[in-house]
Design a protein around this ligand. Structure first.
Ligand SMILES: Cc1cc2nc3c(=O)[nH]c(=O)nc-3n(C[C@H](O)[C@H](O)[C@H](O)COP(=O)(O)O)c2cc1C
Length: 366
């Protein structure tokens, strides 16, 4: 087993990572996922130019709480000098546990300027960026890559080696090309090949939607860690389920509706506390409301109401009325006094030892 370049709080075997996700992996969600067993979290990608310019919005993306550690700040950009400067600033001001470089973002606006997966068209540039960042910070530098820019340039091993040779101490592979965007299936065979090819940890990413998926990814690829993005949307307990599956224990079922709503409301409370502008926080939280209510009976009607809410009170009212009308749903009857299911093998809303109570306390910026 290869060793991660930063310290974990627990020694979990195969570590679970919450993926960097623009507009999703913000501090409140990162803390929630940590409490459900994510071992490592990352900020969303942050523009190196924005960091160097000192933009206020950028500073907002970089804030994190001590309890989130180990945390990586992810930066992107196509200019090695600016990336280096950003890495130095981030190291001095925020002191994350590692600095991650984004070579995967497929968004046109970013790619057009050679950022994110745009860099994958020029491996020499990838090498220069990693080297510049590694020289600019004493922290471990890591890279998150796709398998290539398109089918013609598809070569995850060459990309991974370039990063490694330039100083990356861990590589995460989302095995799709930029041209694939999110279509088709992630090619886990490429994670297996890269894991064997590199002497630094390789984190597998792509299409892990259940605890069982996590177990299968490890089994099929031998990867050194597993990163989850979309599967955690409206389901931060996926980390708890993945850990059980990786440990060979019975995988807890999905929480009942009442528990789900309680987690959703606590997440919303912290999202509002974290933002300066409460109205904006609630507007931005609507996507989470959609995810938390996916698959529920009469879910569409519920979501129509939720997408119109303007404050937390309304969120509570709409969810409360839904429970009054529809009941708790299946499997949520034997919650404890805090309302959390404690049946054996069931879903438990407790977190890691480091943070036993999900979303405890007010979020503190840094
Ligand atoms: C809403 C959203 C935002 C994302 N933002 C980022 C980002 O900021 N940085 C990054 O490296 N990847 C980003 N990704 C990609 C994910 O980290 C991950 O590689 C991809 O979703 C595949 O994993 P999954 O199948 O578990 O979703 C984003 C994905 C989603 C869905």
């Amino acid at each position: 087993m290869k060793t991660l370049p930063f310290k974990l709080r627990d020694l979990p075997g195969t570590p679970l990572f919450l993926a960097p996700q623009a507009g999703v992996s913000e501090s409140p969600f990162r803390r929630l996922c940590r409490s459900f067993g994510a071992d490592v979290v990352l900020t969303e990608f942050v523009s190196a130019e924005g960091i160097v310019r000192g933009s206020g919005r950028t500073a907002h993306y970089l804030r994190f709480d001590e309890e989130e550690r180990p945390i990586g700040i992810q930066i992107f950009g196509a200019d090695p000098g600016t990336m280096a400067e950003a890495a130095t600033l981030v190291t001095e001001v925020y002191e994350p546990d590692f600095v991650d470089i984004n070579f995967g973002c497929p968004v046109k606006k970013v790619v057009k300027r050679n950022g994110g997966s745009g860099c994958l068209r020029d491996l020499a540039l990838v090498g220069r960026i990693v080297r510049a960042v590694a020289d600019a910070t004493p922290l471990p530098v890591t890279a998150k890559i796709r398998s290539g820019f398109d089918e013609a340039t598809r070569d995850p091993v060459a990309i991974g080696r370039t990063c490694r040779d330039a100083g990356a101490r861990m590589v995460t592979l989302h095995p799709r090309t930029r041209a694939d965007m999110y279509s088709g299936r992630a090619r886990w065979d490429e994670i297996a090949v890269l894991t064997r090819a590199l002497d630094v940890p390789v984190i597998g990413n792509g299409d892990v939607r259940s605890g069982e998926d996590a177990r299968r990814m490890r089994e099929r690829t031998g990867c050194d860690g597993i990163m989850i993005a979309r599967g955690s949307h409206g389901a931060p307990w996926l980390f708890h389920q993945a850990r059980a599956a990786l440990n060979g224990e019975p995988v807890p079922g999905e929480p009942g509706v009442r528990t789900r709503f309680r987690i959703c409301i606590r997440h919303a409370e912290h999202a509002v506390a974290f933002e300066d502008d409460a109205d904006k926080a609630v507007r931005e939280f609507r996507k989470h409301l959609g995810w938390y209510t996916k698959g529920l009976p009469e879910g569409r009607r519920l979501r129509q109401r939720l997408f119109q809410v303007r404050d937390l009170l309304e969120v509570r009212e709409v969810l409360g009325r839904y429970l009054d009308r529809n009941g708790d749903g299946k499997g949520d009857r034997n919650g404890d006094r805090r309302g959390f299911s404690t049946r054996p093998g069931g879903f438990i809303v407790t977190g890691s030892r480091a943070n036993p109570d999900p979303l405890r306390g007010a979020p503190a910026g840094r």
